[in-house]
Each structure stands twice: as C-alpha cells, then as structure tokens.
Design a protein around this ligand. Structure first.
Ligand code: FES
Length: 352
C-alpha cells in the first residue's frame, strides 16, 4: 500500500514541493487559449530513456528526443502517436509534467490479447530503443481557463484504470491553479493502479480511491452540481453509464475520452472484399470493419480506433460508405476509416 494511504490527511512532502513548483504552469494555463484539435504531422525521433514498472502490468516510459533537442510543448489531455519499431502505430496520453521539455512520460498497460502494441512496448522496447512519434495532439483539452471565466466553481475528475494517464496532468494543473477539484480513481486492485502514491500525495483529502466492485453512478457523481465540470477517462461501458447519469442532472459540462473503441450502435451486417489479398470478410452488426479485417489481416494499420487519427484509412474501390468518423478524412470520397465507418451498400471493395 502506498505510504500516503496510511497517513490520510497528510500531504506528501515531495508533492507539496511539486505543487509549489507547478504554480508558474498554472499561471500559464490560466493565460493560455485552449488549443484546437488538429493533426500535427511532424515526425519526432525519440529514444526510450527509461522504462519502469509502475503497477501490475503497467510500465511507464520516459521518452527523450534522439538528438537531445527540446520537445514540443503540450497541454493536459494531449497524446502522442507512437510508431513502434514493428511499424505498429498506437496512441498514448502524455502523463508527465507539461513544463518538462526534456522528456515525455507515457504509461502503458499490457494487454496480452490486444493488437500487440502494448506487448511490444512491455517486452521488446528496453532503454535506448529508437522510435518515431507524431504530435503531441490534444483531442481532450482541459478547459479550466474557459470555465473559470464562465464562473464554474468545481472540477470533478473520474479516471478508471489506465485512463488515469489522460486525467492526471489535468488534476495536477487544477491543483496548481487553486481550483476546487476532486478525483475519483477506480481500479481492480491498488496494485494495478499507476501513479497511486504520486496522486494521493497531491492532496489526499481530494482523492477517492475505489477498488473492487464498481461504484454506482450516483455515488460516482456525488457532489456534482450545476457549477461542476466533469472530466472522465475510462472504458466504454463505464463511460456509457456515466453519460446516461450525467444527462439526468445539471452539470457545467461533461468531457470525456475513452481508451477503448466505442460500441457499434445501429449497425447492420455487410461484406468486405479485400481486393489485393483476395479475401472476403463478413462484418457482424455489432463489430467494426477493423475488427473483422484484423481477423484475416492481423497487421492492418490502426491506432485510435475512434475515427480521428486516420491511421486505418483505406481506399474504397467499390460500394457506398456509411461515414461515422469525425475527421476531415471523411471528405475524401474514395476512402474510409475502417475503425468506425461502415457500408451503406451490401458490399464494399477495399484496397487491402
Ligand atoms: S484507427 Fe484512428 S481513425 Fe481509425
């Protein structure tokens, strides 16, 4: 158990220093416009400066630029698109200190039966590994400066599992800015929860750690009122329940990021003809085209699985696309994002 859990009410000295040190950042945040969500396509050559186990099945990587130059700045909620040595592309939230331009920190949970990206990071990327990154991009900005002007009095953060990586920099920024904040951090067990000591040490009176059976949404949203802004990052099923609950109460805004694909709603079955490899793939009503294609072509490229990064975009040779992505890629009539787009016709032929 983290030492600070045994001393409730007593802030960690290290984090008190961190709190003081990040005040200038808070002032910067308060003066800074929230950046728009836009692709940043520069390539950054990075190396793994360190890889540390920070919880059960979770490693934290510190990434530095390969030539030692300062890294581009980022804001809480931002992520990096990493191109791993295998060529896989994956997205990870930045969870370090935005004021540190010498390194980025990410944390990755090992998913043994996932697409292979997390296993590669855990098993095959020791210190010194070179990789490429794009970004940072921010599709989940922490809007406190705007909310402050709108007379929002409180921010409630909810993070489940590895979702803490997107939320933690926001919490640190809120704390440094003197915002009235509260964090609920959910996990299976404390051993599986990354950065627990660091987080509790920030201000134990504002952090609720919950393990075991899920809290009901009323309990999760306890204290949330019309002047509270809610930030959430966690799995799709929990996000769904929290969204439904939030719709039935007055809040000052609900902001979220999911770390797994959204469930397919209103889908119907269709077929994909893969022209180059000469396969036919059936897509079920409740699965994505990407999931179906991966059953036949496991190395097909993808990253966000949520329709905004463009990694999974493929050329459509025949058929009509039901566009469901929320990116500018949808303006290209000859392509589709196979992680979210579906078929409006019975069959689509793809250049795969
Ligand atoms: S994987 Fe990112 S848009 Fe499909």
């Amino acid at each position: 158990m983290p030492a600070s859990l045994t001393r409730p009410g007593k802030p960690d000295r290290l984090m008190s220093v961190y709190h003081l040190a990040t005040r200038p950042f808070a002032a910067l945040v308060a003066r800074t416009k929230i950046p728009a969500t836009e692709p940043i396509d520069r390539d950054l050559a990075l190396i793994v400066a360190s890889s540390d186990r920070v919880a059960e099945d979770v490693v934290s990587l510190r990434l530095e630029s390969a030539d030692g130059s300062p890294l581009p700045r980022w804001y809480p909620g931002a992520h990096l698109d990493l191109v791993l040595p295998s060529g896989r592309q994956r997205q990870y939230s930045l969870c370090g200190d935005p004021a540190d331009h010498s390194s980025y920190r990410i944390a990755v949970r090992r998913i043994a039966d996932g697409g292979g990206g997390s296993v590669e990071i855990h098993d095959s990327m020791p210190e010194g590994t070179a990789l490429t990154a794009r970004g940072p991009r921010n599709g989940f900005p922490f809007a406190y400066p705007h909310l402050a002007r709108a007379d929002i009095s409180r921010v409630a953060f909810i993070a489940a599992g590895i979702g803490i990586t997107a939320i933690w920099p926001m919490v640190a920024a809120a704390a440094a800015a003197g915002v009235d904040w509260h964090l609920t951090y959910l996990g299976r067990t404390e051993d599986t929860m990354a950065f627990l000591d660091e987080i509790i040490g920030l201000d134990p009176s504002r952090v609720r750690i919950h393990t075991g059976p899920r809290l009901d949404t009323e309990d999760l949203l306890a204290g949330v009122d019309a002047r509270t802004s809610v930030y959430f990052c966690g799995p799709s099923a929990l996000l769904h329940d929290v969204r439904v609950a939030v719709e039935h109460r007055a809040t000052a805004g609900f902001h979220f990021e999911r770390f797994s694909p959204a469930p397919v709603l209103g889908g119907r079955a269709f077929q994909l003809r893969l022209d180059r490899t000469q396969h036919t793939v059936a897509v079920a009503p409740d699965e994505s085209a990407l999931t179906a294609v991966r059953g036949t072509l496991p190395e097909v490229a993808y990253s966000c699985q949520q329709g905004f990064c463009g990694t999974c975009r493929v050329r459509v040779l025949a058929g009509e696309v039901d566009r469901r992505g929320h990116s500018t890629f949808g303006e290209d009539p000859d392509s589709m994002l196979i992680c979210v787009d579906r078929a409006a016709s019975e069959t689509l032929t793809l250049d795969l």
